[in-house]
Design a protein around this ligand. Structure first.
Ligand code: ADP
Ligand code: ZN
Length: 217
């Protein structure tokens, strides 16, 4: 299956995409994770992307489309995929359609819907693992040991772009540049709308039901 996750920052795309990828045994590609890894490793891509990310702006389309193009060229999209954080603009959605070809195409775009107050609460209360990129919500899914990743023992930190003054701007950017992507898939009858509130398990059950896959493997 070729799937994309849509939704505002903090809507839970990463968590749900990771679970679904595991359930379906297909790759999960998060452009945010790829960019943060590039920043951490100080690659040319990372040096280029860092200033946009810290300011809550989108990285330019040509940069991010090039990144996904590389994954495609490496065969990483060949046996199904779940994209998380891409496409985020209409030109990116068009580029993706061109990349995956008309025959295969995108099967579903899953939109996680969460209202703005809840988003701001979540983004102000989360930490992420620099090593393995897992996100912890201090209210909803705290780590067992404060400041330490359950999964890999890495150090947990706030993301630079979760700073209070950047959050509002990211939400505006989502509304202006990414909400049209919801329309793009809606007009193609591919949009699956899922209420993004409740526990991660509850949300995953809705996603699975919407895709007609059973929750357990
Ligand atoms: P969130 O959805 O919480 O904002 P992501 O991890 O998806 O977080 O993205 C973090 C940042 O990485 C974005 O604010 C943006 O600067 C950059 N980014 C990620 N994906 C894209 C994309 N498809 N196009 C442009 N910029 C992107
Ligand atoms: Zn970790």
């Amino acid at each position: 299956m070729n799937l994309v996750f849509l939704g505002a920052p903090g809507s839970g795309k990463g968590t749900q995409a990771m679970r679904l990828a595991h359930r379906l045994s297909i790759p999960h590609l998060s452009t945010g994770d790829l960019l943060r890894a590039a920043v951490r490793d100080n690659t040319p891509l990372g040096r280029d992307a860092q200033k946009y990310m810290a300011a809550g702006e989108l990285v330019p389309d040509q940069v991010i489309i090039g990144l996904i193009g590389e994954k495609q060229a490496a065969g990483e999209l060949a046996r199904g995929f779940i994209l998380d954080g891409f496409p985020r603009t209409v030109p990116q959605a068009e580029a993706l359609d061109a990349l995956v070809g008309d025959g295969a195409g995108i099967d579903r775009a899953i939109l996680l819907q969460v209202d703005r107050d809840e988003i701001v609460r979540r983004l102000s209360n989360r930490l992420y693992c620099e090593a393995c990129q897992v996100i912890y919500g201090m209210a909803t899914n705290p780590p067992r040991r404060a400041g330490v990743c359950d999964r890999c023992g890495g150090r947990l930190r706030p993301r630079a772009d979760d700073a209070p003054d950047v959050i509002g701007h990211r939400l505006d950017v989502y509304r202006q540049q990414s909400q049209p992507v919801e329309e793009y898939y809606r007009t193609r009858s591919l949009l699956l709308m899922i209420a993004g509130v409740g526990t991660p398990d509850q949300i995953f059950s809705r996603v699975a039901a919407g895709l007609n896959v059973s929750v357990d493997a």
